[in-house]
Design a binder for this molecule. Structure first.
Ligand SMILES: Cc1cc2nc3c(=O)[nH]c(=O)nc-3n(C[C@H](O)[C@H](O)[C@H](O)COP(=O)(O)OP(=O)(O)OC[C@H]3O[C@@H](n4cnc5c(N)ncnc54)[C@H](O)[C@@H]3O)c2cc1C
Length: 386
């Protein structure tokens, strides 16, 4: 089918789906974005925009906006949770080393910018996908409001609780990894002065090797009026509806009993009403992301704990790569999907593995080239596996 006639439906207007839709539209594809929510909101807290992600922002024309409104990371500082010993002080120098800055921003602002790159006339809200089938060789999407759509291609970008993932035979469900994250944004004056380090440094406090205990903090706007703290602590069960719940600050302090005074000060500054707790999921890597005319991306196929700050980056890279492959092979979508899989599955499996075993990465040595150096849009393309 020629490019002009191909109708593409993207299900899920999150970070990956919006990236794919924007880049498909730029190449002239008739693309509609279906989102279950009634509108976009400023959801989430601070987020890492690693150089690999910023390269996609550049293609979307959004890089300068984020250079003006976010914070470029200078050094990545790793410290030991109890003694405060500096394990690593890595000068990131993203632009020179990896071809783009490493930025810290608000996830909501980032999401707004990426969705803003999609033609607003093509974003349809209140469209919760409830069913999918192949009818006369064409996908039939059914939404909760009873409406349907019959595109030629479907991009499944419906996040960690994906409905569309079930079409991939044998796809396991993500499981709770007995760890919770806390995220908090609060006015910087609540923090006070930290004892033995400059407050503005990007800092990650590490538990013992092999643990997932950590505390991470940084600024994400140039005016430094707000401070962001992220923690990861063990928790046996997740008894809450949905993936977030009220904060348990005492639980964090308990998990870090005996910690360095600066770490304790940071956690104690987290106002419970400005903090929230999140369950963390893992999933074994999938061997196939496509099925007939449907291709999946993002958290739907590779959910990962956020220890590397690469979950969003992988969804955005997927979106860019999928749009690139469809653009390169519009007359042979089956081939486009195989090239997409060849370029994404092994990479994201390695990132998932590293996120799961996160103390092998930037704890006490630096080897980030393979993640940050990647360029989903202009980098070399792997061939499809025969
Ligand atoms: C605590 C925490 C901190 C994080 N920090 C970072 C970080 O620093 N750096 C980083 O890179 N990543 C981070 N992440 C991860 C990041 O937010 C996700 O990995 C990323 O949003 C995944 O993008 P996605 O497009 O796959 O899914 P999402 O962005 O979740 O989008 C899915 C979309 O699909 C919609 N949807 C779902 N079901 C349906 C349906 N049935 N029909 C229609 N629409 C549907 C949803 O409403 C949503 O809009 C963090 C996550 C957490 C929990």
């Amino acid at each position: 089918m020629s490019k002009a006639n191909l109708k593409i439906a993207v299900v899920g207007a999150g970070l990956g789906g919006s990236t794919a839709a924007a880049l498909l539209q730029r190449q002239g594809f008739d693309t509609t974005l279906y989102e279950q929510a009634p509108a976009f909101g400023r959801v989430g807290a601070a987020i890492h925009l690693g150089p690999n992600l910023v390269k996609v922002l550049r293609i979307l024309g959004l890089e300068q906006k984020f250079l003006n409104t976010s914070v470029a990371m200078k050094n990545w500082v790793s410290r030991k949770w109890d003694t405060g010993e500096t394990l690593l002080d890595y000068e990131v120098d993203g632009e020179n080393r990896f071809g783009a800055h490493y930025l810290q921003a608000h996830r909501g602002d980032f999401h707004a910018a990426v969705t803003g790159a999609v033609d607003p006339e093509t974003v349809v809200f209140n469209k919760k996908l409830v069913g999918y089938e192949l009818k006369d060789g064409k996908p039939l999407l059914t939404f909760e409001d009873g409406s349907t759509a019959t595109p030629d291609i479907v991009i499944g970008a419906d996040g960690v609780n994906s409905k569309l993932r079930t079409i991939l035979a044998g796809a396991p469900k993500p499981v709770f990894m007995k760890q919770v994250a806390h995220r908090s944004i609060f006015p910087t004056e609540l923090l006070g002065k930290l004892g033995d380090q400059e407050t503005g440094l990007y800092t990650k406090w590490w538990g013992e090797k092999g643990e997932h205990r950590m505390v991470n903090h940084y600024f994400f706007t140039p005016d430094r009026k707000e401070f962001f703290v992220y923690t990861s602590t063990p928790r046996e069960t997740w008894d809450f509806e949905g993936s977030s719940a009220p904060a348990d600050i005492e639980g964090i302090l308990h998990a870090f009993d005996g910690a360095h005074p600066d770490l304790v000060q940071v956690v104690k500054a987290m106002p419970p009403e400005r903090s929230s707790m999140w369950s963390q999921f893992i999933c074994e890597p999938l061997e196939k992301w496509t099925h007939g005319p449907i291709a999946m991306l993002g958290d739907a196929v590779h959910p990962m704990p956020p220890y590397l700050g690469q979950g969003a980056a992988m969804a955005v890279e997927d979106g860019a790569m999928l749009a690139r492959c469809i653009g390169a092979f519009p007359d042979d979508i089956d081939h486009a999907f195989r090239v997409y899989e060849a370029n994404r599955i092994a990479r994201t499996a390695k990132v998932q593995y590293t996120a799961r075993n996160h103390d092998i990465w930037l704890r006490d040595f630096a080897d980030p080239d393979w993640i940050f150096g990647y360029d989903a849009w202009d980098g070399p393309l792997e061939k499809a596996v025969a």
